[in-house]
Design a protein around this ligand. Structure first.
Ligand SMILES: NC(=O)c1ccc[n+]([C@@H]2O[C@H](COP(=O)([O-])OP(=O)(O)OC[C@H]3O[C@@H](n4cnc5c(N)ncnc54)[C@H](OP(=O)(O)O)[C@@H]3O)[C@@H](O)[C@H]2O)c1
Length: 279
């Protein structure tokens, strides 16, 4: 649908932003639900970000997503950030309130959990120990979500131990640090294994992790989605584990923003996945 003069408008801030799948994703939903709206890329350099963000209400924007490298700056710049975003230290979704002030939230952890719920029906974070590889921004968001969803134990495995320690200190919960060298042993008795490092992504190094110690009942998720079936997911599937790929996390994290800006809770469907992947 071509936007009219009354269209609701949102966008995504990033620098660069050309690789972002968000315009295509939101564009698909706008078309699918026949909404009079537009969602556009907003390439804004870090030195201009705060000014650009503060201009959103004056430009009539319903809100925006925020991607790298602006997520931390967005937390400081919004008028109100929800407690979850404050805990993670980053904002990825901004909604303009009727009085022109800005509300910030972080939906990455929501997207992570919704992806597991949709991809592995019956998934329950409280079912057993989780092993999370990585302690970067994405790991922080999904570990906070796992804590809130009742995970009884979270083993955080990261190459740089100081980063894992900092994350655990900030988030608390049932987290404990496992040295990177002991990652294979950390799989013992796990109910969930998540790769939240860059390893296994096209152009990055391989993830060297023998799965022998992982229970066959464990769910395996890779948040890397390029390639869609990472070597980790391939070997987990081959030995009989249930697997969920990372694309759904990206798609589900977009839902709360779309709902707030355009008034519809959009669905994540096979057709949407195919459309986003065809980019
Ligand atoms: N599916 C989704 O919606 C979604 C959302 C966000 C991110 N992602 C993906 O998740 C990955 C992580 O993103 P991020 O934003 O958290 O990145 P980040 O903050 O830069 O963190 C990168 C993580 O990868 C680890 N790592 C990088 N190279 C490594 C190596 N050679 N050996 C061992 N560990 C290594 C880092 O360990 P150190 O701390 O030791 O450097 C750190 O834990 C990326 O591939 C990104 O595309 C997916």
């Amino acid at each position: 649908m071509i936007p009219s003069g009354k269209a609701r408008v949102a966008g995504v801030f990033g620098w660069p932003v050309g690789h972002s799948k968000s315009p295509r994703l939101h564009g698909y939903w706008l078309d699918r639900y026949k909404i009079d709206g537009a969602y556009i890329p907003l390439p804004v350099a870090p030195e201009n970000f705060i000014e650009a963000l503060r201009a959103l209400p004056r430009l009539g924007f319903a809100g925006a997503n925020v991607t790298l490298p602006h997520k931390e700056a967005a937390l400081a710049a919004v008028d109100r950030a929800d407690p979850h975003a404050r805990r993670i230290g980053a904002v990825n979704t901004i909604v303009t309130a009727p009085d022109g002030t800005l509300d910030g939230s972080n939906t990455d952890g929501y997207g992570f959990l919704e992806n597991l719920r949709q991809g592995a029906p019956g998934f329950d974070a409280a079912a057993g120990p989780a092993v999370v590889l990585g302690a970067g921004g994405a790991a922080r968001a999904l570990i906070a979500a796992l804590i809130d969803a009742g995970a009884p134990e979270i083993r955080v495995v990261n190459r740089t131990p100081e980063r894992a320690e900092k994350l655990i200190e900030a988030l608390g919960g049932p987290c404990r640090m496992v040295p990177w060298a002991e990652r294979a042993a950390a799989l013992d008795g796990a109910a969930l294994l998540v790769n939240a490092t860059r390893l296994g992504m096209a152009g990055q190094g391989p993830l060297d992790l023998p799965l022998d110690g992982l229970p066959k009942s464990a769910l395996v998720n890779d948040i890397v989605y390029a390639p869609l079936e990472t070597p980790l997911l391939k070997s987990a599937k081959a030995r009989g584990n249930r697997t969920v790929d990372g694309l759904g996390m990206l798609l589900h994290q977009a839902r709360p923003g779309f709902r707030a800006w355009f008034g519809v809770d959009p669905e994540v469907t096979p057709a949407l996945r195919a459309f986003v992947l065809a980019d």
